[in-house]
Design a protein around this ligand. Sequence first.
Ligand code: NDP
Length: 237
Amino acid sequence: MSILAGRVAVITGASSGIGAACALAFSAKGARVVLAARRAERLTQLVERIESGGGQALAVSTDVTDEAAVAALFDAAQTRFDTVDVLVNNAGIADSTPADAMPLDLWRKVIDTNLTSAFLCARAAIPIMKRQGHGRIINVGSISAKVPRANSPAYTASKWGLDGLTRALAIDCRADNIAVSVFHPGIVATELGGGLSSLPDDLVAQPEDAADVIVHMADLPDHLNFYEALVVQNKIP
Ligand code: NDP
């Protein structure tokens, strides 16, 4: 049986793409899932789908850049399911604005959505995980944290920052049996990924492929950390 059976996983950015696929994949392993994103209707539809298959899910409409909303997300998770075992920091936005054309507001929006959100969610999750004696935080980075794309200074900085946050938290949290790791996908066929690449369909990953990796990283004994995964296109035309 999967270690995820009965565990509670909070997944941000669960209204589409990799996050929605993660919700289904964690649920298929028996996890109870808490789905966070801004588009409430999409979350509700996903909850209905999971519950109609016998799973347990909670939708919490959340802007992950909003400190109070993140606190409310973790309160709601604990009220419904008592605890949080796994946090998947997946919410993100892409941006392709060169630095000399970037308004400060846009820079802040990208950093807030892709990096500060992960800090806020981790800050809320860590005390809960400390109390129960174990936990796992998986951050969804990007190939851009390894190889920057042209004209993406904010996105690239946000994902390098997320990589750094992962390293820092992994060191700080290990004594409390909380494993912190990062998954860097290449191009995945999602709303976000479609705008990044013109690769033919058969060469991009599907959201389910990415979700399989994330579940694999989470489905380990508590004393082990699958620290980093980088899954990129093998064949480029
Ligand atoms: P999608 O656009 O399909 O999903 C992004 C998710 O993030 C949505 O559910 C969106 O929900 C959520 N989100 C965005 N802003 C906020 C916010 N302020 N508060 C709450 N949720 C928010 O793209 P992907 O599934 O591709 O992206 C998931 C992650 O994967 C991102 O971190 C992305 O950087 C990363 N990634 C993706 C790649 C790809 O090729 N697709 C490649 C490398 C990394 P809503 O709008 O409802 O709030």
